[in-house]
Design a protein around this ligand. Structure first.
Ligand code: C2E
Ligand code: MG
Ligand code: MG
Ligand code: MG
Length: 280
């Protein structure tokens, strides 16, 4: 009958939800352990100027899971962002990046490294002193460090955002707005922040050579950047066509599979010392 059917359906959904909650719970517990047991890995992806010289790299986290193997951020960063776990992950990455920067500096390389900062992490009251501490502990040059923020940060207390960014800029740190154009921030806010760079989201780059709307959006972002004196990084550059499209429109830094996939820090470094990368 209908009543029994209704009950069994409810039970079915409850058990489905139970699985999801349990799976989430397990992933969260495993992630907590991952940080303690050193299962996170620093990967780097090259950023190349219009002459093809590597001027920087983006730090991207990977999780070397004991049974699942190498795990991409898409599978754990969203979950981590719903708790303080993301702060531990970001801190682990920051510290690895600062140490690498200091080592590269000692080798005479002037490459810059970009690291992703989640809004929850940025909103910590001690964010500025944490960064300062990381820089001091590692001896990294602040002017080689780029913090990638998303438009999501301006949803918070804008005064606090401006104050923190201003303090860190004074130290020489640069800020990049990641996935630019996909968030909710208004140009009025963007204008008020000490930003150095915009990263054009890969969703706009993907079809920029075939879809006039995407081409127009890329050109609009380039125009905003030009007028506000921001540097531009295009992410997700996969084809020569996309790269030519961008090069025809200015001095843009390219990041994407066309130039290199994210690789373990040691592999990336070996390649860097072969190619002898330099300044902007
Ligand atoms: P994102 O910061 O926008 O990073 C760019 C993503 O695009 C990376 O994915 C990169 O591997 C991918 N990508 C680069 N070039 C290409 C290309 O040519 N084609 C395509 N299809 N994809 C390309 P990944 O490494 O899977 O990271 C995904 C996201 O996870 C990042 O997006 C970032 O939002 C987040 N994330 C990664 N590491 C960290 C971290 O340490 N902390 C925080 N808070 N978030 C992180
Ligand atoms: Mg990024
Ligand atoms: Mg991005
Ligand atoms: Mg992203």
């Amino acid at each position: 009958n209908a009543k029994a059917e209704g009950r069994s359906r409810t039970m079915f959904f409850e058990s489905l939800m139970g699985e999801t909650v349990r799976a989430r719970f397990q992933l969260e517990a495993e992630l907590r352990l991952a940080i303690l047991e050193d299962q996170l890995r620093l990967y780097l992806q090259p950023q190349v100027n219009s002459s093809g010289v590597q001027v920087g790299a983006e730090a991207l986290v990977r999780w070397q899971h004991p049974t699942r193997g190498l795990t991409l951020p898409g599978l754990f960063i969203p979950l981590a962002e719903s708790s303080d776990l993301i702060i531990s992950i970001d801190r682990w990455m920051l510290s690895a990046v600062c140490r690498l920067l200091a080592e590269l500096d000692a080798e005479g390389s002037s490459i810059r490294l970009s690291v992703n900062i989640s809004p929850r992490h940025f909103q910590q009251a001690d964010f500025v002193s944490e960064i300062q501490h990381q820089l001091e502990a590692s001896g990294a040059d602040p002017s080689r460090l780029v913090l990638e923020l998303t438009e999501g940060i301006v949803i918070g207390d804008i005064g606090d955002v401006i104050a923190k960014m201003t303090l860190l800029s004074t130290l020489g740190i640069h800020f990049s707005i990641d996935d630019f154009g996909t968030g909710y921030s208004s140009l009025a806010y963007i204008k008020r922040l000490p930003i150095h760079e915009l990263k054009i989201d890969k969703s706009f780059i993907q079809d920029c050579t075939s879809d006039p709307n995407d081409a127009a959006l890329v050109e609009t972002i380039l125009s905003i950047a030009k007028h506000l004196h921001f540097q531009v990084v295009a992410e997700g550059v996969e084809t020569l066509g996309q790269s030519e499209f961008l090069n025809a429109r200015g001095q843009i830094i390219h990041q994407g599979y066309l130039y290199g996939r994210p690789e373990p820090a040691a592999v990336w470094r070996a390649r860097l010392s072969q190619s002898g990368a330099t300044d902007l």
